[in-house]
Design a binder for this molecule. Structure first.
Ligand SMILES: *Cc1c(COP(=O)(O)O)cnc(C)c1O
Length: 379
């Protein structure tokens, strides 16, 4: 089955009792048993719930996975993966990863004896050099935020395989429409469903998918034991959102390209970070492992002044100044003072987060209006 058909049909069936075409919101905590141990497959909604199960099957299908699990947030999904490790285990991670993932790794899990090594993964050899007998996991985020570096997933999978470690990929930015890490050798894929999968900025949720039965059993055991599950109402909203994922992504890519090219030609704009440019340092890898380049773009201003960046993000009228990404509406952000504010200036500048850096999550409005908006804000 192809992607658009799966987005609409995978995991969902007309309701058996009424024929309702949309999966009902099973807003229930428990299920009546006919006799002791005699039930219809559901006992308690932390363990499983029919609305959530439908969504878990749907997201798994989109990533060509057998098993899926949904959580109360993207970070709760990452938390579940790290809980599969033991004290003394080591993780090699992308260095310019999502700030919340960095905070979870360093302020929660290091305390429990898990060690994290952060490195620029565009150079595969720097990853191989960090492997030792305690290495149990490689954590990859690609494209990275906000400078859109691309990491070669197949190369990371080969290092993980050689070192008996599991490879997890945070696929939030690319979405399953543009990139399928399991097909490239990853063991687990994580999504902040909050972003493109939900797509309408109305839900916070996370997901994990895998084809490895042993990892899946651990995933469901931790999901049930720690209890950070997604609720039925949110699961319904995301099932609805995913039905248009393929259409939305086509438009995000189309608008992203138009805006990246507009910015590239603007005299007040210095660097534009978008993996679709042939001049992007990892363009060849992006071309190899992604079906399109998405709607996430960052750029800097000539002169690199903080107040110039503030003036642009405050003058836009259609773009909304906000954190998050991946919704139908366009957002604009200033990483140095918003998403990356907790990182010391010297550290953030090493990964390209300079004072004038502006990040766009290009939505699915009419591109001409978005370009006009940026044009007046830059003027
Ligand atoms: C937002 C985000 C997360 C965290 O997800 P939440 O749903 O906010 O908990 C993780 N990784 C990436 C790349 C994200 O953009």
């Amino acid at each position: 089955m192809k992607f658009g058909t799966k987005a609409i049909h995978a995991g969902v069936h007309p309701d058996e009792s009424t024929g309702a075409i949309m999966t009902p919101i099973y807003q229930t905590s428990t299920y009546v048993q006919e006799g002791v141990g005699n039930h219809k497959g559901y006992e308690y909604s932390r363990t499983s719930n029919p609305t959530r199960s439908a969504l878990e099957k749907n997201i798994a299908a989109l990533e060509n996975a057998e098993f899926g699990a949904c959580f109360g947030s993207g970070l709760a999904a990452i938390d579940c993966v790290i809980k599969m490790l033991n004290p003394g285990d080591e993780v090699i991670s992308t260095n310019d990863l999502y700030g919340g993932s960095y905070r979870l790794f360093t302020t929660i899990y290091e305390k429990f004896g898990v060690r994290f090594h952060f490195t620029g993964m565009s150079d595969a050899e720097s990853v191989r050099a960090l492997v030792n007998e305690n290495t149990k996991m490689i954590w990859v985020e690609t494209p990275t935020n906000p400078t859109m570096s691309i990491i070669d997933i197949a190369a990371m999978a080969s290092i993980a395989k050689d070192s008996n470690a599991i490879l997890c990929v945070d696929n939030t930015f690319a979405t399953p429409y543009l990139q399928n890490p399991l097909d490239l050798g990853a063991d687990v894929v994580m999504h902040s469903v909050t972003k493109y999968l939900g797509g309408h900025s109305d839900v916070v949720m996370g997901a994990l998918v895998t084809n490895n039965e042993k990892i899946a059993n651990e995933m469901y055991r931790i999901q049930n034991s720690s209890g950070a599950i997604a609720g039925p109402m949110d699961s319904f909203l995301v099932l609805r959102g995913i039905k248009t994922l393929h259409l939305r992504m086509e438009r995000h890519c189309e608008n992203g390209e138009k805006i990246a090219r507009f910015l590239e030609s603007h005299p007040k704009v210095d660097e534009v970070y978008w993996p679709g440019f042939a001049s992007h340092p990892n363009h060849e890898i992006a071309k190899k492992q992604m079906k399109g380049y998405g709607g996430m773009i960052s750029f800097t201003l000539v002169g690199n002044k903080l107040e110039d960046a503030f003036s642009v993000v405050e003058r836009v009228k259609i773009f909304a100044l906000a954190e998050s990404l991946g919704g139908v509406e366009s957002l604009i952000g200033h990483p140095a003072t918003m998403t990356h504010a907790s990182i010391p200036k010297e550290e953030r500048e090493k990964t390209g987060v300079v004072d004038s850096l502006i990040r766009l999550s290009v939505g699915i409005e009419d591109a001409d209006d978005l370009i006009e908006d940026l044009k007046q804000a830059l003027a």
